[in-house]
Design a protein around this ligand. Structure first.
Ligand code: 5GP
Ligand code: MG
Ligand code: MG
Length: 183
Protein backbone atom coordinates (compact mmCIF):
# COMPACT_ATOMS: atom_id res chain seq x y z
CA UNK A 1 0.00 0.00 0.00
CA UNK A 2 1.39 3.40 -0.98
CA UNK A 3 0.39 5.01 2.34
CA UNK A 4 2.49 2.49 4.27
CA UNK A 5 5.41 2.67 1.82
CA UNK A 6 5.73 6.47 2.00
CA UNK A 7 5.69 6.91 5.80
CA UNK A 8 9.48 7.22 5.95
CA UNK A 9 9.48 9.67 3.02
CA UNK A 10 7.26 12.11 4.94
CA UNK A 11 7.95 14.32 7.94
CA UNK A 12 4.30 14.78 8.83
CA UNK A 13 0.76 15.00 7.52
CA UNK A 14 -0.08 18.63 6.83
CA UNK A 15 -3.70 18.14 5.84
CA UNK A 16 -5.71 14.99 6.47
CA UNK A 17 -8.32 13.64 4.06
CA UNK A 18 -11.04 15.09 6.32
CA UNK A 19 -9.40 18.53 6.50
CA UNK A 20 -9.07 18.60 2.71
CA UNK A 21 -12.75 17.68 2.32
CA UNK A 22 -13.83 20.45 4.69
CA UNK A 23 -11.56 23.00 3.03
CA UNK A 24 -12.83 22.11 -0.44
CA UNK A 25 -16.44 22.33 0.78
CA UNK A 26 -15.78 25.82 2.21
CA UNK A 27 -14.20 26.96 -1.08
CA UNK A 28 -17.17 25.58 -3.04
CA UNK A 29 -19.63 27.46 -0.80
CA UNK A 30 -17.81 30.76 -1.40
CA UNK A 31 -17.69 30.12 -5.15
CA UNK A 32 -21.42 29.24 -5.20
CA UNK A 33 -22.20 32.55 -3.49
CA UNK A 34 -19.99 34.66 -5.77
CA UNK A 35 -21.06 33.04 -9.04
CA UNK A 36 -24.77 32.55 -8.20
CA UNK A 37 -25.89 34.48 -11.30
CA UNK A 38 -22.96 33.60 -13.61
CA UNK A 39 -21.79 30.54 -15.53
CA UNK A 40 -18.26 29.80 -14.49
CA UNK A 41 -15.57 27.95 -16.42
CA UNK A 42 -13.22 26.08 -14.11
CA UNK A 43 -9.73 25.87 -15.58
CA UNK A 44 -7.70 23.12 -13.92
CA UNK A 45 -3.94 23.31 -14.16
CA UNK A 46 -2.59 19.82 -14.91
CA UNK A 47 -1.50 17.68 -13.37
CA UNK A 48 -1.39 18.90 -9.78
CA UNK A 49 -4.93 20.28 -9.71
CA UNK A 50 -6.74 17.12 -10.84
CA UNK A 51 -7.77 16.07 -7.34
CA UNK A 52 -8.94 19.50 -6.25
CA UNK A 53 -10.77 19.95 -9.60
CA UNK A 54 -12.56 16.63 -9.19
CA UNK A 55 -13.63 17.33 -5.61
CA UNK A 56 -14.28 21.07 -5.92
CA UNK A 57 -16.40 20.71 -9.07
CA UNK A 58 -18.59 18.12 -7.33
CA UNK A 59 -18.94 20.27 -4.21
CA UNK A 60 -20.07 23.31 -6.26
CA UNK A 61 -23.84 23.39 -6.60
CA UNK A 62 -24.00 25.89 -9.50
CA UNK A 63 -23.70 25.06 -13.21
CA UNK A 64 -20.08 24.91 -14.25
CA UNK A 65 -18.03 23.82 -17.23
CA UNK A 66 -14.45 22.55 -17.05
CA UNK A 67 -11.35 22.74 -19.13
CA UNK A 68 -7.71 21.91 -18.46
CA UNK A 69 -4.35 23.41 -19.23
CA UNK A 70 -0.90 21.98 -18.75
CA UNK A 71 2.03 24.30 -18.15
CA UNK A 72 5.54 23.52 -17.08
CA UNK A 73 7.48 25.51 -14.54
CA UNK A 74 9.22 23.11 -12.19
CA UNK A 75 10.54 20.08 -14.07
CA UNK A 76 11.17 17.32 -11.56
CA UNK A 77 12.97 19.46 -8.95
CA UNK A 78 11.56 21.46 -6.08
CA UNK A 79 12.37 25.03 -7.19
CA UNK A 80 10.46 27.22 -9.66
CA UNK A 81 12.40 27.91 -12.86
CA UNK A 82 10.38 31.05 -13.60
CA UNK A 83 10.04 29.89 -17.20
CA UNK A 84 6.49 28.89 -18.09
CA UNK A 85 5.63 26.86 -21.16
CA UNK A 86 2.17 25.78 -22.38
CA UNK A 87 2.20 22.00 -22.81
CA UNK A 88 -1.56 21.72 -23.41
CA UNK A 89 -3.81 24.66 -24.15
CA UNK A 90 -7.53 25.14 -23.46
CA UNK A 91 -10.16 23.97 -25.94
CA UNK A 92 -12.61 26.67 -24.78
CA UNK A 93 -12.96 30.14 -26.29
CA UNK A 94 -12.69 32.49 -23.29
CA UNK A 95 -14.40 35.48 -24.93
CA UNK A 96 -16.94 36.85 -22.44
CA UNK A 97 -16.50 33.93 -20.03
CA UNK A 98 -16.10 34.02 -16.25
CA UNK A 99 -12.92 32.02 -15.69
CA UNK A 100 -11.81 30.50 -12.41
CA UNK A 101 -8.31 29.03 -12.46
CA UNK A 102 -8.05 26.05 -10.10
CA UNK A 103 -4.58 25.34 -8.73
CA UNK A 104 -3.12 22.93 -6.23
CA UNK A 105 -0.56 25.24 -4.67
CA UNK A 106 1.01 28.67 -5.05
CA UNK A 107 4.67 28.92 -4.13
CA UNK A 108 6.48 31.82 -5.84
CA UNK A 109 3.28 32.71 -7.72
CA UNK A 110 5.28 32.98 -10.96
CA UNK A 111 3.27 30.32 -12.77
CA UNK A 112 -0.10 31.76 -11.82
CA UNK A 113 0.72 35.38 -12.49
CA UNK A 114 1.93 34.36 -15.95
CA UNK A 115 -1.15 32.19 -16.50
CA UNK A 116 -3.60 34.86 -15.32
CA UNK A 117 -2.11 37.44 -17.70
CA UNK A 118 -2.19 34.92 -20.52
CA UNK A 119 -5.89 34.08 -19.97
CA UNK A 120 -6.83 37.74 -19.49
CA UNK A 121 -5.49 38.49 -22.98
CA UNK A 122 -8.16 36.17 -24.47
CA UNK A 123 -11.11 38.51 -23.79
CA UNK A 124 -12.83 36.87 -20.80
CA UNK A 125 -15.41 38.70 -18.62
CA UNK A 126 -13.33 37.88 -15.52
CA UNK A 127 -10.41 35.75 -14.36
CA UNK A 128 -10.06 34.70 -10.72
CA UNK A 129 -7.88 32.16 -8.95
CA UNK A 130 -8.68 29.39 -6.50
CA UNK A 131 -5.78 27.54 -4.87
CA UNK A 132 -5.99 24.81 -2.26
CA UNK A 133 -2.65 25.77 -0.69
CA UNK A 134 -0.50 28.89 -0.56
CA UNK A 135 3.07 29.32 0.69
CA UNK A 136 4.50 32.52 2.23
CA UNK A 137 6.66 33.28 -0.85
CA UNK A 138 3.47 34.04 -2.78
CA UNK A 139 3.03 37.21 -0.73
CA UNK A 140 6.04 38.69 -2.55
CA UNK A 141 4.29 38.54 -5.93
CA UNK A 142 1.54 41.00 -6.77
CA UNK A 143 -0.97 38.24 -7.38
CA UNK A 144 -4.54 38.51 -6.22
CA UNK A 145 -5.82 35.07 -5.25
CA UNK A 146 -9.52 35.27 -4.49
CA UNK A 147 -9.95 31.81 -2.97
CA UNK A 148 -7.28 30.17 -0.81
CA UNK A 149 -7.91 26.92 1.02
CA UNK A 150 -5.08 27.13 3.50
CA UNK A 151 -1.84 29.05 4.03
CA UNK A 152 1.03 26.66 4.78
CA UNK A 153 4.66 26.98 5.89
CA UNK A 154 7.48 27.07 3.35
CA UNK A 155 7.98 23.31 3.01
CA UNK A 156 7.82 21.00 0.01
CA UNK A 157 4.58 19.05 0.18
CA UNK A 158 3.20 16.07 -1.73
CA UNK A 159 -0.09 14.20 -2.05
CA UNK A 160 -3.63 14.98 -3.24
CA UNK A 161 -2.33 15.74 -6.75
CA UNK A 162 1.02 17.17 -5.70
CA UNK A 163 4.06 15.21 -6.84
CA UNK A 164 7.75 14.82 -6.38
CA UNK A 165 9.21 13.36 -9.62
CA UNK A 166 5.64 12.23 -10.51
CA UNK A 167 5.33 10.21 -7.30
CA UNK A 168 2.86 10.60 -4.40
CA UNK A 169 0.03 12.26 -6.39
CA UNK A 170 -2.47 9.60 -5.30
CA UNK A 171 -2.09 10.07 -1.56
CA UNK A 172 -5.43 11.07 -0.01
CA UNK A 173 -3.72 13.56 2.31
CA UNK A 174 -1.09 16.29 1.93
CA UNK A 175 2.21 15.60 3.66
CA UNK A 176 5.59 17.30 4.01
CA UNK A 177 8.30 15.50 2.08
CA UNK A 178 11.39 14.63 4.13
CA UNK A 179 14.48 16.47 2.81
CA UNK A 180 16.40 13.15 2.54
CA UNK A 181 14.10 12.23 -0.38
CA UNK A 182 15.09 15.20 -2.55
CA UNK A 183 18.50 16.31 -1.30
P1 5GP B 1 5.11 28.64 -8.35
O1 5GP B 1 5.25 29.11 -9.77
O2 5GP B 1 3.95 29.32 -7.63
O3 5GP B 1 6.39 28.79 -7.59
O4 5GP B 1 4.84 27.09 -8.37
C1 5GP B 1 4.04 26.54 -9.36
C2 5GP B 1 3.84 25.04 -9.29
O5 5GP B 1 4.94 24.40 -8.68
C3 5GP B 1 2.64 24.62 -8.49
O6 5GP B 1 1.46 24.73 -9.21
C4 5GP B 1 3.01 23.19 -8.19
O7 5GP B 1 2.68 22.37 -9.28
C5 5GP B 1 4.51 23.26 -7.99
N1 5GP B 1 4.82 23.38 -6.55
C6 5GP B 1 5.06 24.51 -5.81
N2 5GP B 1 5.27 24.22 -4.52
C7 5GP B 1 5.17 22.86 -4.43
C8 5GP B 1 5.25 21.93 -3.33
O8 5GP B 1 5.47 22.25 -2.16
N3 5GP B 1 5.07 20.61 -3.66
C9 5GP B 1 4.83 20.18 -4.92
N4 5GP B 1 4.67 18.86 -5.10
N5 5GP B 1 4.71 21.02 -5.97
C10 5GP B 1 4.88 22.35 -5.72
MG1 MG C 1 0.00 23.32 -10.02
MG1 MG D 1 5.10 18.91 -9.91
Amino acid sequence: MIEDDVREDLLHVLMSKEEIQQTVADLAAQIDRDYADKDVLLVGVLKGAVMVMADLSRAIRSHITMDFMAVSSYGSGTKSSGVVRILKDLETDLMGRHVLIVEDIIDSGLTLSWLKTNLESRGPASVEICALLRKPEAMKTEIDVKYVGRDIPNEFVVGYGLDFAEQYRNLEFVGTLAPHVYS
